[in-house]
Design a protein around this ligand. Structure first.
Ligand SMILES: Cc1cc2nc3c(=O)[nH]c(=O)nc-3n(C[C@H](O)[C@H](O)[C@H](O)COP(=O)(O)O)c2cc1C
Length: 401
């Protein structure tokens, strides 16, 4: 290997003592290739088996932990023991080349559009009619809040039973945990809303529950990570700032979180600068990294799709995650390691079968496009994927064209 890239393959230890021999992470990605009941398919397993060397840490798609928290058709879930056999096989596939397998778990909250279609409800911290949703959001009762916290515990038990090495709490991307943290979507006046301490309480209660169950279920070290969107700013609508996120990160780090995963989107977004607050115009990830001050690793993501962007991203975090690039060039890290950098390509023409890209990826093409990393020719190949008839959702005759 060119010595320039050695730091990408230097070992790293998590606070719980688990070590990984390199810095690459496969970022979580829904690929809508599962069964309608949220169980995984052979396609899901083959996809991860093919990506067993994509990183030293491989993260599943977000698994919904409540049947009333489904965003997309054919995403996988972890709300029932029926998901265990498939998840066990998937964990084995992920670990087959020595990587650590992490299950990402979430509750979608207001984003549960499939749940709303099929069950007539989408929960959030507060009852609000958002202009960007064509259904209302139902504010959660105290009892529902406790149920959802316990669902994270149930998911932890299942992740351990299935053989995962850890669990990532999905506190990012506008899902329920972020909705509680945001002043835009959390209008509660009880102990779960108002002050920053109250808005962070839901995230921290979930963290405590995951740790409690992990301690009960296994004597082995179990990695517990947390994914955060560092800012929620949409024009004049400010849900929270980086300053607020630093408060939550500090609480998580002092409680012993094993890593923080910063979620940013777009070309070179791992370098994004804070939009406002005390650190305005400073690189978000560098601010977080120095606040963490080596107490746990920081995973950064956003446009990493070449040897040089991966190397540069290490200036902003301790591990580098790839999403779009992991679908189309799962061998990127191995090609760097084996001095085959010139073979790195984001072109997938004629390689769909070899890359084990399932047809479900066609339905997330719009997300891939919005990440801005892939060339048009590759998006065109994904567009041309053929979707079989049985994949059409009967309940509303929706197709994915
Ligand atoms: C198809 C697709 C599905 C995604 N699904 C998830 C998900 O399940 N959980 C999550 O936290 N982020 C999800 N993301 C966001 C990615 O993990 C990542 O943060 C983002 O795509 C930026 O990385 P990239 O530039 O390498 O694509 C998804 C992204 C894509 C492209």
């Amino acid at each position: 290997m060119n010595s320039k890239y050695e730091s990408l393959f230097s070992p790293l230890a998590f606070p719980n003592g688990v070590e990984v021999p390199g810095r690459f992470v496969m970022a979580p990605m829904v690929i809508n290739s599962s069964n309608a009941d949220g169980t995984v398919t052979d396609a899901d397993i083959a996809y991860f088996k093919r990506r067993a060397k994509t990183g030293q840490l491989l993260i599943t798609a977000a698994c919904y932990n409540d049947i009333l928290a489904q965003w997309l058709d054919y995403q996988y879930g972890i709300f029932d023991d029926k998901h265990l056999p498939g998840m066990t096989e998937m964990a084995q596939a992920m670990k087959s080349e020595g990587a650590k397998a992490i299950m990402q778990v979430y509750h979608t909250g207001r984003e549960a559009s499939v749940t709303y279609r099929d069950y007539g409800v989408a929960y959030g911290p507060s009852s609000i009619q958002f202009p960007f949703l064509d259904y209302p959001v139902t504010g959660m009762s105290e009892r529902k809040i406790h149920d959802v916290i316990s669902f994270f515990g149930d998911a932890t038990r299942r992740a351990i039973k299935a053989g995962f090495d850890g669990l990532e709490i999905h506190g990012a991307n506008h899902y329920l945990i972020q909705q509680f943290f945001s002043t835009t979507s959390n209008k509660r006046t009880d102990r779960w809303g108002g002050s920053i301490e109250n808005r962070a309480a839901f995230a921290l209660a979930i963290f405590d529950e995951v740790k409690r169950v992990a301690k009960e279920e296994t004597a082995e070290p179990f990695i517990v990570g947390y994914r955060i969107s560092p800012e929620e700013i949409h024009g004049s609508d400010v849900g929270y700032t980086l300053d607020d996120s630093l408060y939550l990160i500090e609480q998580l780090v002092s409680k012993g979180v094993d890593y923080i995963h910063s979620s940013l989107w777009g070309v070179d977004s791992y370098k994004n600068k804070a939009e406002m607050g005390m650190y305005e115009n400073q690189p978000i990830n560098q601010v977080i990294k120095s606040a963490i001050n080596k107490r746990c690793p920081l995973i950064v993501v956003g446009g990493i799709s070449s040897a040089d962007t991966a190397l540069d991203a290490l200036e902003y975090g301790d591990m580098v995650a790839m999403a779009a690039a992991a679908i189309v060039e799962p061998d990127l890290a191995e090609k760097i390691r084996n001095d085959r950098i010139e073979e790195i390509t984001l072109d997938i023409a004629g390689r769909l079968e070899e890359l084990k890209i399932p047809y479900g990826v066609k339905t997330v093409r719009w997300i891939l496009e919005s990440s801005g990393t892939l060339p048009q020719a590759t998006l065109d190949v994904i567009d041309a994927l053929e979707v079989p008839d049985h994949y059409i959702i009967a309940s509303d005759q929706r197709t994915f064209n």
